[in-house]
Design a protein around this ligand. Structure first.
Ligand SMILES: Cc1cc2nc3c(=O)[nH]c(=O)nc-3n(C[C@H](O)[C@H](O)[C@H](O)COP(=O)(O)OP(=O)(O)OC[C@H]3O[C@@H](n4cnc5c(N)ncnc54)[C@H](O)[C@@H]3O)c2cc1C
Length: 278
């Protein structure tokens, strides 16, 4: 196995152009599981951890955005200024694996793997983040909705990789919740990110479909039938939960049943909406 250790984004692009089948390594928390447990044998690895640009984040006050490098570990999102700016991302980051996994794992890796159970992904969907993809033809911005195209499938083209993710800042409320087969160190069996602004609620569902699902029907119903300035009534919560469940497309698998997952996203979404007024 050859391992390249580039120190700049341009070098990474050069390496991927020369060898489009090279394997990127960020924190390694997904890739090394593939290698150690599932027999994956990459021959050419491009390690990203020495590319300083990928490990930084910044705020653009005039555009009201935060841009997080694809190599920033979850540990940096859990607390501090990033957590204050993006509380839902912080909540999601805190649920990822263990402290060791959060010290190494990155959003770039979550996007590279693109599992419907990835904890970062519902947050990107609900906040309508845009992904800065770099490749031989320069860079392009891809909305998260166009990035994830199936179970563990993304729309990256050959020799492209994720440089950063940009989140719009808003003054509303945002939160993330997940359930799994135990309370910690667990992959989600169902997850929800909810963002509430003055006139809209965005709801993104994880682990209940081949991609992250926006509950568009529930969002539109709430916007038309609920005054955002006051807490929802029990009837409103019930209908909202029903519409969220209706948006899900879960399957039975080794982690859970479709019926439980469908029920769980409805409950999580109702709890988050209630919590957004407390
Ligand atoms: C014990 C354990 C617990 C876990 N718990 C959770 C959990 O609770 N929630 C959760 O969401 N995940 C969990 N994971 C999975 C993993 O930690 C996350 O998916 C993490 O975000 C992967 O990031 P990484 O930097 O380690 O990626 P890597 O393993 O380095 O890479 C993953 C994939 O992405 C590709 N890649 C890496 N960087 C880029 C880039 N910049 N552009 C394009 N492709 C790229 C790699 O080639 C590879 O295919 C867990 C893993 C383990 C081992």
């Amino acid at each position: 196995m050859s391992v390249a250790l580039p120190t700049s984004v341009d070098e990474v692009v050069d390496l991927l152009v020369r060898n489009p089948s090279a394997t990127l390594l960020a924190g390694g928390t997904d890739l090394m599981v593939e290698v150690n447990l599932h027999g994956r044998r990459p021959t050419d690895v491009v390690a990203l951890n020495r590319v300083a640009e990928l490990r930084t984040w910044s705020v653009d006050s005039s555009r009201r955005t935060v841009t997080i490098g694809s190599g920033v570990p979850y540990a940096e999102m859990e607390t501090g200024e990033l957590a204050r700016l993006l509380p839902a991302l912080a909540e999601a980051a805190r649920t990822v694996g263990s402290p060791q996994i959060r010290a190494a794992g990155t959003l770039g890796g979550n996007l590279g793997t693109c599992s419907p159970a990835g904890d970062g992904l519902p947050v990107l969907a609900a906040l309508e983040a845009s992904i800065d993809v770099v490749g031989p033809n320069g860079s392009r911005q891809v909305h998260f909705a166009d990035f994830m195209v199936g179970v563990k499938r993304n729309s990256l083209r050959p020799s492209e990789f994720v440089r950063s993710v940009t989140f719009p800042l808003n003054d509303g409320w945002q939160g993330y919740a997940k359930v799994g087969t135990r309370n910690a160190m667990v992959i989600a069996t169902a997850s929800v990110c909810l963002v509430r602004t003055n006139d809209h609620v965005a709801v993104a569902l994880g682990a209940v479909g081949p991609t992250i699902i926006r509950a568009n029907g529930a969002e539109a119903w709430l916007a038309a039938n609920h005054r955002m300035s006051s807490p929802p009534s029990n009837d409103t919560l019930a209908e909202f939960g029903r519409l969220v469940r209706e948006a899900s497309r879960p399957i039975d698998d080794h982690r859970s049943t479709a019926a439980y997952r469908r029920h769980a996203v409805g409950v999580l979404a109702q709890r988050l909406l209630t919590r957004s007024y407390s």
